[in-house]
Design a protein around this ligand. Structure first.
Ligand code: GZL
Length: 328
């Protein structure tokens, strides 16, 4: 009888230890933090729709390589169902942390509850979700998009402060339902709402792509020939708009002013060349901060719930100065 009890006791001890080796890196597991070089992170990226996204992917992959942490990576081609599939795959693989940039704000509670049930912490990077349950993610790391829209709108208000005629604006929106699209529109409207001379005569999504920006601008210029300014939610759509404006025989930055967001290299070059008038920076360099959050979680620490990145703005002269040392 004694022999059976001792075998049962050893079995129970082994099960307890095995239980700590599951998907959790949280400090509450009896086994404590994992060695950093044994951590595995699953990252579900939006896609490769823009220069910003490419820079974001490169920076995250380089940061995890430098940290010696395995990064499983997936590109959802801007489709939510692909991101959800990738997250489920990471849950099956029992990764230690899942990180992703939600392509749109809604529709994540189910899969995030599956990650929670599997005791796998989730970190939101770049874009946010609209879930009411903020226990579904450890932290949000990214920009304040409303503030970015306000900065863009404030430049418009300042630039036209002496104008007494209407200022007709075309808005090129980002991906429908995406946090940056929703919030950049909100911030911009707040800023220009102070004066009725500013009129958004048309607003349409170009899906954050150069092709989308060109196609939408071509159509909207035909129906709004007296437009004064284009507000693009990202540089790629602004660059597409430049092509459409030039094809219409007008001078971008002069006949039709352009305000954009991101400050990626191609956008900064157009700004320096005078084809864009102002760019609000949105930094894609989130990799090191994401590595730090993963390490905090592994050490059983609680990261800040919302970590906002530092960003600035550029006019044409500042772009000329900044371009030579631009990282992305
Ligand atoms: C913003 C990011 C946006 C960029 C676009 O943080 O989500 O998506 O502004 C990118 O260039 O496509």
């Amino acid at each position: 009888m004694k022999k059976i009890i001792s075998i049962a006791a050893v079995g129970a001890l082994l099960l307890t230890l095995a239980g700590c080796a599951g998907g959790s890196t949280s400090g509450d597991s009896a086994s404590g933090p994992k060695p950093v070089d044994q951590l595995v992170v699953g990252f579900a990226q939006v896609g490769a729709e823009s220069g910003w996204r490419t820079a974001n992917t490169t920076n995250i992959q380089d940061s995890f390589k430098e940290a010696g942490i395995e990064l499983k990576f997936s590109d959802a081609q801007q489709k939510q169902e692909n991101q959800i599939k990738a997250i489920r795959s990471y849950i099956q693989q029992k990764v230690d942390v899942i990180a992703f940039s939600p392509v749109v704000e809604t529709g994540w509670d189910a899969v995030l509850n599956e990650a929670k049930a599997a005791n796998i912490p989730v970190v939101l990077t770049d874009r946010a979700v609209d879930s009411q349950d903020d226990s579904l993610y450890e932290s949000f790391l990214g920009s304040d998009f409303v503030e970015e829209g306000k900065k863009a709108g404030q430049w418009v208000v300042d630039s036209y402060k002496d104008s007494t005629t209407p200022v007709n604006i075309i808005q090129l929106e980002g991906t429908t339902g995406a946090a940056p699209a929703i919030d950049r529109a909100e911030g911009f409207a707040d800023a220009i709402g102070s004066d009725a001379k500013f009129k958004i005569v048309a607003s349409q999504t170009g899906d954050f792509t150069r092709a989308g920006g060109k196609q939408v601008t071509e159509a909207l210029l035909k129906s709004n020939p007296d437009v004064n300014l284009i507000y693009a939610h990202n540089d790629d759509m602004a660059l597409g708009a430049i092509e459409a404006i030039e094809a219409a025989g007008k001078k971008p930055g002069v006949d039709i002013k352009i305000v954009s967001v991101d400050a990626v290299k191609d956008g900064m070059q157009a700004l320096a060349d005078g084809k864009i008038n102002y760019i609000v920076e949105c930094s894609p360099l989130l990799g090191q901060q994401l590595v730090d959050i993963v390490k905090q979680i592994n050490d059983g620490k609680t990261p800040e719930k919302r970590i906002i990145t530092e960003e600035t703005t550029f006019d044409q002269a500042q772009a000329v100065t900044a371009l030579p040392t631009r990282q992305y």
